[in-house]
Design a protein around this ligand. Structure first.
Ligand SMILES: *Cc1c(COP(=O)(O)O)cnc(C)c1O
Length: 383
């Protein structure tokens, strides 16, 4: 296998220079570079149209992490001494915990449901530390939307603000019907590793018009209709250059989606009827940025990870062992996390890209099948 090219877990491809050039020339002519310029406005308008949602429900930001931060500041505000805690799942990318910290909250990690991989909202209404909680953050793991109606009800019943980190859920959110909530803001990431990208960027999706005015305000130093800093804020604005990349990406996004669907079909066909020692979770359920292998056992996961690398296939533990296992969060309080721990120890990110060839997909799946025979030694003949 030494002559085979290494297969990377993630190989983003954003619009090329020629596709962006027309937009860039409008920037040159106007000399407006940021502060909610015309290209940002056009990108938000087009995204709102793709969702059949009102114009105000889409506001772009400089990253997915900043989208989460400004959604928290606009909806919950800074943490207070009486209610310093944020209930958040451990099963997510490290940005979720860092964003709540930037807003003054301390993480208390909660477990996820084994079927949905997301936090089950209803039981949180009876969480023993609820009187210390000032914020609840739901996550759309790998782009799988959580129970948004359940989170709306949780917010209604407890009076505690809920925000959903839907960073990887672009296709699940920017669609018709769109899951836009009038009461619970969602944040999206447009990072290069996500399905839709502006290089760096993100958005807050929220049907609440006064809430979105506050998002605009906190994204721009707490200014609103004046240069007075009136509330806790930051600089989370998307630049015109980033919006140009997003507009060019939207221009060709139908083709991109078809390409992802073809790669997904390759995975399905290659895996059909095979014993992989586990199962695949593919786009449709997860974001098109991911193809995941859920090994039956933690041992099977380690064998697959090592064998794929030997076969020139890069893999990734996208959420590592969960946020509670990251050094920075290791002292944070947590509920027992058996589901997060079990899943994190068995879920492996496989290569996914819009232009992954059927031959590469077959090689990846064959390598998984080989690993499965290694992980499961033949039973010794009794005699
Ligand atoms: C990608 C991601 C983020 C971070 O988004 P950035 O745009 O890189 O800041 C946050 N949370 C989750 C769940 C993600 O997948």
């Amino acid at each position: 296998m030494s002559d085979r090219d290494f297969i990377y877990v993630c190989r983003p491809q954003l619009p090329e220079a020629d596709a962006i050039a027309g937009y860039l020339r409008t920037i040159d002519a106007r000399r407006l570079y940021t502060n909610r310029g015309p290209l940002v406005n056009l990108l938000e308008e087009r995204l709102a149209r793709e969702m059949d949602a009102s114009r105000h429900s889409v506001l772009t930001t400089s990253s997915g992490t900043s989208a989460l931060e400004v959604a928290i500041l606009a909806h919950a505000g800074l943490a207070t001494p009486e209610r310093p805690l944020a209930l958040i799942p451990s099963f997510t990318f490290a940005a979720t915990g860092l964003a709540i910290e930037r807003c003054g909250y301390k993480a208390h990690f909660v477990d996820i449901d084994p079927g949905t991989w997301a936090v089950d909202p209803a039981p949180l209404a009876r969480h023993p530390r609820l009187s210390e909680v000032g914020l609840i953050v739901g996550v759309a793991p790998y782009g799988i939307l959580p129970d948004i109606a359940g989170f709306e009800a949780l917010q209604q019943d407890t009076g505690l603000p809920v925000v959903i980190d839907a960073a990887a859920a672009f296709e699940q959110v920017v669609t018709i019907p769109a899951p836009v909530s009038d009461t619970v803001p969602l944040s999206l990431s447009f990072h290069a590793t996500k399905t839709f990208s502006t290089g760096e960027g993100g958005a807050v999706i929220w049907g609440d018009r006064p809430g979105q005015d506050r998002v605009t305000q906190v994204s721009n130093f707490g200014f609103f209709l004046s240069r007075e800093c009136k509330v806790a804020g930051t600089n989370a604005k998307m630049s015109e250059y980033h919006a140009a990349i997003g507009l060019a990406m939207l221009d060709a996004f139908e083709t991109r989606k078809r390409d992802y669907a073809a790669v997904t079909r390759s995975y399905e066909e290659a895996a059909e009827g095979r014993d992989l020692g586990g199962r695949l979770h593919l786009p449709g359920r997860v974001s098109s940025a991911y193809a995941l292998f859920e090994a039956d056992t933690a041992e099977g996961f380690l064998t697959a990870e090592a064998h794929l690398l030997e076969r020139q296939v890069e893999t990734r533990r996208w959420y590592e062992a969960g946020q509670h296992a990251q050094p920075h969060f290791s002292a944070a309080p947590a509920d027992p996390l058996p589901v997060s721990e079990s899943l994190s120890a068995r879920l492996l990110g496989l290569p996914m890209a819009h232009d992954l060839s059927p031959a590469d997909v077959l090689h990846i799946v064959n390598s998984l099948a080989e690993a499965a025979t290694r992980a499961r030694p033949r039973p010794v003949m009794q005699g």
